[in-house]
Write a protein that binds this ligand. Structure first.
Ligand code: 5RP
Length: 296
């Protein structure tokens, strides 16, 4: 039993000091409960307000993607450098060491393979399983304008209902059909619908024109996907432009794990996103690290 001696004599009431209420650092998240805010703060670094998510969930519809054939060899060494991992529960359990792992965002929708109509997804993860795996968030694909648009939107809203019940944020991933135009007008529509329907943050693609209008009219944080592999400097320029125009970070896959020097690339992306280093400087650091010189 605790020693009670002196317990009743404390005089440090600080009666004249008003309690300071600290607001939450992420856009649109101020009214959520403690557990949900805590999970968001495991994904987004409170110091910069941004995140570098390492995405390697591509196998959930396309199998062993180039660069992800052996996740134990290509991705596991990168794990300590990411703020957050975006992956499937299968890979999490099979290949990711639980000790020291950063926040995980679990792929929670799926169904069709790359051989079929991709928008025809179902919810593919139970919220209890997400809790068991200590997930920081759930990710669901939303196909605005797609053949199964309504079904994918219902997948989002059902996961948001479950996520809010247990304090688990939901990341809406805006998926663009091959035939659709990827412009600011489309992404304003898609991201805003996801946020209106309760997504806690939204993943979209960067567009060269008008991206600031996509972020400004979305009431919750936006992160960008990297998309197909680009030359490293171009990928870094894209990340820099996105955060300068209001993105809260990146959820990047192929531009990191398909790079010739994935670790150096991930460090360079971190420098751009968290430290505001220019793409050119980050690229120079990347080249130096790649050549075995001093790291970025
Ligand atoms: C797959 C995804 C990926 O996580 C997302 O596209 C990010 O990866 P990349 O940077 O390679 O585009 O949602 O559907």
């Amino acid at each position: 039993m605790a020693d009670l001696e002196g317990a009743g004599e404390s005089r440090t009431y600080h009666a004249g000091v008003p309690q300071r209420d600290v607001g939450f650092f992420l856009k649109g998240m101020g009214h959520y409960d403690w557990g949900l805010q805590n999970r968001m703060a495991r994904i987004f670094d409170p110091r910069s307000g941004r995140t570098v998510m390492l995405a390697f969930d591509h196998g959930y519809f396309q199998g062993p993607t180039s660069g992800l054939e052996r996740i134990d060899l290509s991705i596991v060494p990168l794990v300590p450098l990411a703020d957050t991992l975006m992956l499937t529960r299968g890979v999490l359990r099979s290949l990711i060491p639980p000790a020291g792992a950063p926040a995980v965002v679990l792929r929670a929708s799926g169904g069709p393979s790359v051989l079929r109509e991709l928008s025809n997804e179902e919810i593919a993860l139970d919220v209890e399983e997400a809790i068991r795996l200590n997930a920081a968030a759930l990710a669901v694909q939303v196909f605005i304008g797609g053949e199964h648009e309504t079904k994918s939107v219902h997948n989002l809203t059902r996961l948001v209902d479950q996520g809010n019940r247990y304090g688990i944020p939901v990341l809406a991933v805006t998926a663009v059909g091959r035939e659709m135009v990827r412009d600011a007008k489309y992404f304003r529509l898609a991201t805003r619908i996801c946020a209106e329907l309760g997504a806690h943050y939204v993943k979209t693609y960067y567009v060269a024109e008008g991206f600031d209008t996509v972020t400004s009219c979305c009431p919750v944080p936006i992160v960008i996907a990297g998309g197909k592999k680009l030359p490293e400097l171009d990928a870094l320029k894209m990340a820099a432009a996105a955060v300068a125009q209001g993105a809260s970070g990146v959820d990047m896959g192929r531009n990191i794990f398909q790079s010739e020097a994935p670790e150096a690339m991930l460090r360079a992306v971190r420098a751009v996103v968290h430290e505001g280093v220019s793409a050119e400087v980050a690229h120079a650091l990347h080249l130096r690290a790649k050549q075995g010189g001093e790291g970025a």
